[in-house]
Design a protein around this ligand. Structure first.
Ligand code: SAH
Length: 198
């Protein structure tokens, strides 16, 4: 594994992620009306921070490192760490695919409930309440291992971690308000993002 190959793997992962998400987004926009929306300025800023950390910064780095972009922060390249990062990226994509399929028409990019929203508790949602967020953290970890640069590597975990910290309580409150006792029981028997741990 070389730095160049690690960058190409990261970019391929981003394209694969888009191939999972974009058709879902188009289908949902066309068919499903939003019934409850908690989207405000804070939520939009958080989405932007997360997008910068997981997407804009690493993509710009992969495309322009040869021109010197953020190269001063590169450290000695470890092929073994990069291979591990590639494996973790594959696991993140598999989990994304599962969460998109299982959330189905209930999915939205942000804090929204759709018309006829149902509570999903099967599949990977049986293991944790927020498996899509687990997948984003895996992506962040893969980025740290693949893009061995002091700024670009941790940017994903920092960007998504910020969104997670500020969003999670609001999302759970919204779900509690919509599904009451049903959500309370679901929350009692599951953890948030790591089975049995957190
Ligand atoms: N936090 C979840 C979903 C992320 S998508 C995860 O990590 O897998 C965000 C939207 O999904 C939220 O606005 C909410 O409307 C919806 N959502 C979250 N958990 C859900 C669940 N268990 N069942 C149905 N919809 C859910």
């Amino acid at each position: 594994m070389t730095r160049f190959l690690a960058e190409m793997i990261f970019l391929a992962g981003v394209v694969a992620w888009g191939a999972i998400r974009i058709p879902h987004e188009i289908r949902n926009k066309r068919k499903n009306k939003i019934e409850v929306s908690s989207v405000d300025r804070q939520e939009r800023v958080l989405l932007l921070i997360s997008l910068a950390g997981l997407g804009m910064i690493p993509i710009a780095y992969c495309l322009t490192r040869r021109l010197g972009f953020l190269r001063f922060a590169d450290f000695d390249f470890s092929p073994a760490a990069a291979w591990l990062g590639a494996l973790i990226f594959v696991a993140a994509l598999a989990l994304f695919l599962a969460t998109h399929r299982q959330l189905g028409r209930n999915w939205s990019q942000t804090l929204e409930l759709r018309e006829g929203h149902t509570l999903v508790t099967h599949g990977v949602y049986r293991l944790v309440r927020h498996p899509m967020y687990s997948a984003f953290f895996l992506w962040g970890l893969a980025q740290l291992l693949l893009l061995q640069n002091l700024i670009v590597g941790p940017a994903g975990l920092i960007g998504f971690g910020t969104l997670y910290c500020f969003r999670i309580a609001r999302e759970e409150r919204m779900m509690h308000e919509a599904f009451g006792q049903h959500y309370a029981e679901y929350a009692d028997r599951t953890k948030r993002i790591i089975p049995f741990v957190h």
